[in-house]
Design a protein around this ligand. Structure first.
Ligand SMILES: [Zn+2]
Length: 205
């Protein structure tokens, strides 16, 4: 009888301890969990390749080819030779591939900011919209894959990872200015604009 009573008391004590531990853990867990969500807000975004996002917002190669062939027929603003049209399509694909690789590589290195640069030449179609050195966060890239170059045919704009080491003031005229003033996507060039790059001019020279 005594043994049974002691057992019940011990059991009750254990139950109380277990409950308290449980309650305490909940209290402790709360801020930890919040932290995790906050952190995962960055990490889950950072880990996801921009490939899928880009494919949803950029025209397909088929659309581009169709558009370019129409330009040839309408000999208006952009009469192009066959070689020039192929060069524009290759440049488009090459720039998309490069942008994806830059961001994927940046994700491996924990890059949080990227800035825009023009290589190997300035891009007159982008100039009114994006200045060299303007930067975007990784999260903005995730939320708005539209801001990943190329922006239009023959675009020379590209994304450069900012490792926090480069002196942006030395590499740019403007210093580090965010592309986003508010949450909304700033205006960007229409993909149908065509810049005849030096390389493309060279294909028919
Ligand atoms: Zn451009």
């Amino acid at each position: 009888m005594v043994v049974a009573l002691i057992s019940i008391v011990v059991l009750l004590i254990l139950v109380v301890i277990a409950l308290r531990v449980g309650l305490n853990r909940e209290k402790v867990d709360e801020p930890v969990q919040e932290q995790l969500i906050h952190a995962s807000g960055i990490y889950s975004i950072v880990r996801r390749s921009p490939r899928e996002g880009i494919s949803k917002v950029k025209p397909t190669e088929q659309e581009i080819r169709k558009y370019l062939s129409e330009q040839n027929v309408n000999i208006g603003k952009y009469p192009f030779s066959e070689q020039e049209r192929s060069a524009l399509v290759s440049l488009w694909n090459k720039t998309i591939k490069n942008s994806i690789e830059v961001v994927e590589q940046g994700d491996k290195e924990g890059v949080e900011f990227y800035y825009y640069d023009y290589e190997p030449e300035q891009c007159p179609e982008c100039e009114p919209y994006i200045s060299k050195g303007q930067f975007v966060s990784r999260e903005e890239i995730f939320r708005h894959p539209q801001i990943i170059p190329p922006f239009h045919l023959g675009c020379r704009c590209n994304l450069v990872p900012y490792h926090g080491k480069e002196n942006l003031r030395e590499t740019t005229e403007l210093g580090m200015i965010p592309l986003f003033e508010e949450d909304e996507i700033p205006p960007l060039p229409d993909w149908k604009l065509i810049h005849k790059t030096e390389e493309i001019k060279g294909t028919t020279a």
